[in-house]
Design a protein around this ligand. Structure first.
Ligand code: IPM
Ligand code: MG
Length: 352
């Protein structure tokens, strides 16, 4: 199993090292690390080099920590930005489906700013379209004006709808802004058709993004699977993290075509925490590594098909939290190293 690891920027390297330690407990992986994002801009002048992209293509899975930071923030369109690396990689690998599970853990019900009665029992999956929409449309910029084009094609909507219906247990909430946007009206039609023709046993509801934003934190249990376009999914998934108590707990999996690619092999998936590079706390050894551990678990499950190892990581994280592990983002004082030890101890217990 070959894993291309992209530590990236900010807290990225600090949460990558313990994750590699955790993976080493589970199997014999051939791990290679590559510069990405701001680190790559500093070294090579671009956020994603041909070498890093080739190494990712050549791997069985890509594990990424986070990119970005104030050091590379710019509004000048001609200067490189770390996020271009991430968008370029998603696009180049054809990773159109981004899966973001959001679960309220019993151990953390008090860590959420929302009331226990509201969050208890929440267990949803956000399926975000990842290679289309306003993120990837044509961009223009003059001294006086700027524009970002939002486009979706029927096949792009069909394939992400299939991902969501295939992953749903009982219900899909398809989120759009069909009262205003043409892309959303097409989205609604196509999702409705895929549902009727291929997944009639799953319940489908259409919802507008503004009211969904409200419902996500007033009635999060309402949701099973949320299916939505790129930018709405970006925004709603950060919002949904409030339910879990911290953005520091949310993993994500980005996957591409489940069919073998033309080259004869399936494109590797990309696994990364939902959170960013947290430059404000970088270098202090206090970052929460759990979202990264849980991303590694998603990699084991979706990228490599190692279900029992994935479940072992997830239950070790749950157990550590149940035992009282709290990093700063969860209102505690545990360092990255302490959090790592707590999870590894449970993992070792499970493995024996
Ligand atoms: C995410 C991030 C990225 C996105 C940024 C870093 C480009 O916010 O993965 O949610 O907007 O997709
Ligand atoms: Mg985001």
């Amino acid at each position: 199993m070959r894993i291309a690891v992209l530590p990236g920027d900010g807290i990225g390297p600090e949460i990558t090292a313990p994750t590699l330690e955790l993976l080493a407990r589970l199997g014999d992986f051939e791990v290679t690390e590559h510069p990405f994002g701001g680190a790559s801009i500093d070294a090579h002048g671009t956020a994603l080099t041909d070498e890093t992209l080739a190494a990712c293509r050549d791997s069985d899975a890509v594990l990424l920590a986070a990119v970005g930071g104030p050091r590379w923030d710019t509004t000048d369109p001609s200067r490189p930005r770390p996020e271009q690396g991430l968008l370029g990689l998603r696009k180049a690998l054809g990773l159109y489906a981004n899966l973001r599970p959001v679960r309220a853990l019993d151990a953390l019900l008090e860590a959420s700013p929302l009331r226990r009665e509201v969050v208890e029992g929440t267990d949803m999956l956000i399926v975000r379209e990842l290679t289309g929409g306003i993120y990837f449309g044509e961009k223009t910029r003059t001294a006086e004006a700027a524009s970002d084009l939002c486009t979706y094609s029927v096949p792009e909507i069909e394939r992400i709808a299939r991902t969501a219906f295939g992953a749903a247990r009982s219900k899909v909430t398809s989120v759009d802004k069909a009262n205003v946007l043409e892309t959303s009206r097409l989205w609604r039609e196509v999702v409705g058709r895929v549902h009727a023709e291929e997944f009639p046993h799953i319940e489908l509801e259409h919802a507008l993004v503004d009211s969904t934003a409200m419902k996500l934190i007033t009635a999060p249990r309402h949701f099973d699977t949320i299916l939505t376009e790129n930018m709405f999914g970006d925004i709603l998934s950060d919002e949904a993290s409030v339910v879990t108590g911290s953005l520091g707990l949310l993993p994500s999996a980005s996957i591409g075509n489940p069919e073998p690619a033309a080259a004869g092999r399936r494109a590797p998936g990309l696994f990364e925490p939902v959170h960013g590079s947290a430059p404000d706390i970088a270098g202090q050894g206090i970052a929460n590594p759990l979202a990264m551990f849980l991303s590694a678990a998603l990699m084991l499950r979706h990228g490599l098909g190692w279900e029992s190892e994935a479940a072992a990581v997830e239950s070790a994280v749950d157990a550590a939290l149940r035992d009282g592990l709290r990093t700063r983002d969860l209102g505690g004082t545990a360092s990255t190293a302490e959090a790592t030890q707590a999870v590894l101890a449970h993992l070792d217990k499970e493995q024996t």
